[in-house]
Design a protein around this ligand. Sequence first.
Ligand SMILES: [Zn+2]
Length: 456
Amino acid sequence: MAKTINEGQLEEIEVFGARVHNLRNIDLTFPREKLVVITGLSGSGKSSLAFDTIYAEGQRRYMETFSAYARNFLGNMERPDVDKITGLSPVISIEQKTTNTNPRSTVGTITEIYDFMRLLFARAGEAFSYVTGEKMIRLSDDQIIQLILEKFEKRKIILLAPVVKGRKGHYRELFETIQQMGFLKVRVDENIVDIKKGLQADRYKTHDIEIVVDRIAVTEDQKIRITESVRTALKHGKGSLMVLSEDDGLVRHFSQHLMCPTSGISYDEPAPNTFSFNSPYGACSKCNGLGTIAEIDLDSVIPDKKQTIKGGGIAPLGPQKDTWIFSQLQAIGRRYGFTLNTQIGEIPDEAINVILYGSDEVFQVNRDFNKGESGNYSLAFEGIVNFIAGQLTENSSPALKKWAQNFMQAVTCPVCKGTRLKKESLYFKIDQKNISQLANMDIMQLHDWFDGLEKD
Ligand SMILES: [Zn+2]
């Protein structure tokens, strides 16, 4: 498995007297740096040899390199029941696991290769603007000062230094530290507040926190103060600052990090979780990183167009019952010229559209109630599709959610096109490929691609 082998090192791994689980005191020799396959009947001890003997011993030896103190925390690893193993180098194991048969899974995503690719993209990916396609640039502080003077001329601005972005915590100590540095206000989740003793944020929520560095009118004679404040903001914002314009309340970002020179959009510094569809920092916000969204499946809502509404042709409703919704459908029928006995295929498209997606038009609904009262009610109809979709919200009961699922189907997310990542993440490229394109390669293509990269 190990990629490098020092000269003079053994070329084989030898195992003597392996007795873990049902292994019967076996000896074996196999080559290093080769793909070795262990096959055999179920229960013959393949995993006992690979995971519980060879991997376990490699891992144990690795642990032994830590100090006794550190090993206290790691826990002791038992020596596997084996006499001796030679030629072993540090081991990694990719566990066997039953993967779900997602057609989009590739070798890259099922194995942990993807995690290494995320790291690679965070370190070596080049960012391109999703607006213009240009390579993103980093601005110097002088350029940032110049841009602020131009873009906000004669306007009142607040200079903010971002210090916390989307992280949980109460930040009591942070607020104290900011106060000790001489600042009076912070902006917490878009609200500017005075720093008072004991100020804290909700520790269980994620927050965005900026230091309010200065509030200033942008004019040429304030250039020195602006320059100083920009430098201060960049220092505390670790190279980034935000300008909040008081007229329109809009925030612009300026950065010594990545920014599109033409459109001005900026990306956060890439981190491995920028490329993770399991992280809010990497996931497509439309599908939450699933790659698919649930959509109403019209064929399961109306499975048979020869059926009537009365006979249960609208599957989510079933056959006619004495319920409000059927009274509404009758009212729609009066308006569009059909009855509940009309075959669905014969109902005009316009009416089907109202049944499915609702209408703001007000229908007169006649309804007899048990008490013998009857009434005329006018109300708009929300539509079957919207009703089903409404059952998928958080406060809906599990039973209703499950019911609604029957009429949903997963379709490729229209925003990320199934890549599961947010747009920015797909505009980081290495050798013209984004991480999703790499993840969709098969293992040989990926290997060739990695081999073709310049090594520097
Ligand atoms: Zn998506």
